[in-house]
Design a protein around this ligand. Structure first.
Ligand code: PGA
Length: 255
């Protein structure tokens, strides 16, 4: 069995201000000795605070700098958008693609998410592709079908030799920010299915190496039993990533 290093992302979403962003990053960095070399960690910071947080994380190898979004075109007339080159300029190494809030609140379609995934991998970024079903889809028994569809569309045209920089975040939409968490058994079942689908799209060997994070109301109190599941390789953390103690407790639960 492939050994996968756990990976935990902190998705700050549209929260914090300049002072609290840098303070939070510094507090996470101060705990780096607890998880360095054991669990990979990325902070997904609002665009306008990336530069300041990047300064705080300078020299802290155990905590990577991430962006929550970007536009896939290299440059040009795209008012309000941020390119991958701009992010690279600030030291960003990791990006999120297809977070449920971008899919369902902002309305990003599969074709755009696929273009973003391909552009970011082409540019050398670590990409976390987020997938997951809505409550009505789960209740209709469509969880696996939705995950299959979002994976297939998101990864269309992505070559096998870039898949070592791809992480999948499985986030059931009904569990995000709601306090409801999938049971470890339900989450494991979805993750195992996602890994099977990755094997079908690529190879067993590639699928065995890909980290699949769980996301949706992960807290210090439930992280350990989720991360103990065979196919759960860490988490994507929203609300609990806004408190350094909670976030670092979740990270160390993955170690
Ligand atoms: P949550 O968010 O931990 O607040 O549920 C997770 C996410 O949206 O990535």
């Amino acid at each position: 069995m492939a050994t996968r290093k756990p990976f935990v992302g902190g998705n700050w979403k549209m929260n914090l201000d300049l002072a609290s962003s840098t303070a939070l990053a510094a507090a996470v960095a101060a705990k780096a000795a607890d998880f360095a070399g054991k669990t990979e960690v990325t902070l997904f910071v609002p665009f306008v605070y990336i530069q300041a947080v990047g300064q705080v994380l300078k020299g802290v190898d155990a905590v990577r700098l991430g962006a929550q979004d970007f536009y896939h075109e290299p440059d040009g007339a795209f008012t309000g958008e941020i390119s991958l080159a701009m992010l690279k300029d600030l030291g960003v190494t990791d990006v999120l693609v297809g977070h449920s809030e971008r899919r369902h609140v902002i309305g990003e379609p599969d074709a755009l998410l696929n273009a973003k995934t391909k552009a970011a991998l082409d540019q050398g970024f670590e990409v976390t592709l987020c997938i997951g079903e809505l409550l009505e889809q789960r209740e209709a028994g469509q969880t696996d079908a939705v995950n299959d569809q979002q994976l297939t569309a998101g990864l269309a045209g992505v070559p096998a030799d870039q898949m070592d920089r791809l992480t999948v975040a499985y986030e059931p939409v009904w569990a995000i920010g709601t306090g409801k968490t999938a049971t470890p058994e339900d989450a494991q079942a979805a993750h195992a299915h996602i890994r099977q689908k990755l094997a079908a799209l690529y190879t067993e060997e590639i699928a065995a190496k890909i980290r699949i994070q769980y996301g949706g109301s992960v807290k210090p109190g439930n992280a350990q039993e989720l991360f103990a599941q065979e196919d759960i390789d860490g988490g994507l953390i929203g609300g609990a990533a806004l408190k350094a103690d909670d976030f670092t407790a979740i990270v160390t639960a993955a170690c």
